[in-house]
Design a protein around this ligand. Structure first.
Ligand code: CA
Ligand code: CA
Ligand code: CA
Length: 334
């Protein structure tokens, strides 16, 4: 246990109470009883308490105690009657002395406290390859979510930060020590709990959602909705003219131009890929017309990926391109 050495003064903290004894021979050398239930913190130079803690002054005298006087900072000196608390945050200096029954006045003593009534500032930062499309944040059911909790308390400091996963009342609270990862087929729900070193609890914290490049997509003091997009895009391959159909075969000529398009109802289309005829590799489709100048069977195969990584099945269009002219046979007939 840490000890505060103060000449002629001892400080005892009981439940809800700080006791300043004004007697020279104060009975204890163990000024802060941390097991007593009151959240106090001593950082080797300052005592931190919240305004919930009361300060009690007691007088001990060899014959007969009588009165205690005190003032807070530069306030009016008052006669002590009952334990009091200090509402104002920050460093507060209490000056106090006693007068015994025989009129002996003790030296004035001074003790300072830092009042901290402000809970830690906490943020829950979620990082994954999210995408924001039309004000909605999308994820895939295969995402791995990284969670980073940031907490700071500019006065007494952080007492503890913990978290639980899920909404159930009996969700296990774990101490937060370092960033953690969760994967889930739905966006996980995280709750944060915490206190500073004098017992001010975190009641509100900021949620930040970042994409994997560190771009902040949304910030809120409420939970941020994340929508799972597990539907791949729909791909279409369209000729600019109508095929001629013969023997159930679609026939085009060299003037036909083909375009590929894709739609995605949720996160949106990220890219379209295509290949023609017997090409092995898909290439990025950037909106150009595709046409064929050689006579014969042709095919266009296309696929698309949405912004959270859902890949569509490939779609194939098969047709015959006729580039050959017909011939005219001339014959004289009767
Ligand atoms: Ca006396
Ligand atoms: Ca605080
Ligand atoms: Ca989709």
């Amino acid at each position: 246990m840490k000890k505060i050495s103060l000449l002629f003064v001892s400080v005892i903290i009981f439940t809800g109470l700080v006791i300043l004894q004004t007697a020279a021979n104060a009975a204890t050398d163990d000024p802060i009883d941390k097991d007593a239930g009151v959240k106090t913190y001593y950082d080797n130079s300052k005592i931190f308490i919240s305004s919930k803690v009361k300060i009690e002054l007691t007088e001990v005298d060899n014959v007969e105690p009588d009165a205690i006087f005190y003032k807070i900072n530069d306030g009016e000196e008052q006669k002590y009657s009952a334990p009091f608390s200090i509402a104002e945050e920050g460093m507060q200096i209490i000056t106090y002395y006693s007068v015994d029954k025989m009129g002996n006045k003790s030296f004035a003593k001074v003790l300072s406290f830092v009042i901290d009534n402000t809970p830690p500032e906490v943020s829950l930062n979620t990082i994954a390859p999210f995408v924001k499309t039309e004000d909605k944040i999308y994820a895939s059911e295969f995402f791995n979510y990284q969670y980073v909790v940031k907490a700071k308390d500019t006065s007494s400091g952080i007492g503890f930060i913990s978290y639980s996963v899920g909404n159930e009342a009996d969700a296990v609270q774990k101490q937060y020590t370092e960033p953690f990862f969760l994967s889930s087929t739905t966006a996980p729900k995280i709750n944060i709990f915490g206190e500073d070193r004098v017992g001010n609890s975190v009641s509100q914290y900021t949620r930040n959602v970042y994409d994997e490049n560190g771009n902040l997509l949304e910030t809120s003091t409420e939970d941020i909705a994340i929508t799972i997009d597990n539907t791949p895009p729909e791909v279409t391959i369209t000729p600019d003219k109508e095929f001629f159909v013969k023997d159930e075969k679609q026939i085009a000529n060299r003037d036909f131009k083909f375009t590929v398009a894709a739609t995605d109802a949720e996160s949106g289309v990220k890219a379209i890929y295509y290949r023609v005829d017997d090409e092995e590799n898909f290439m990025l489709y950037i909106g150009q017309d595709i046409s064929f100048s050689t006579n014969g069977d042709h095919r266009i195969e296309a696929m698309a990926i949405d912004k959270v990584g859902n890949v569509s099945a490939s779609k194939t269009l098969e047709f015959f391109t006729d580039t050959r002219t017909s011939t005219v046979n001339i014959k004289l007939v009767e």
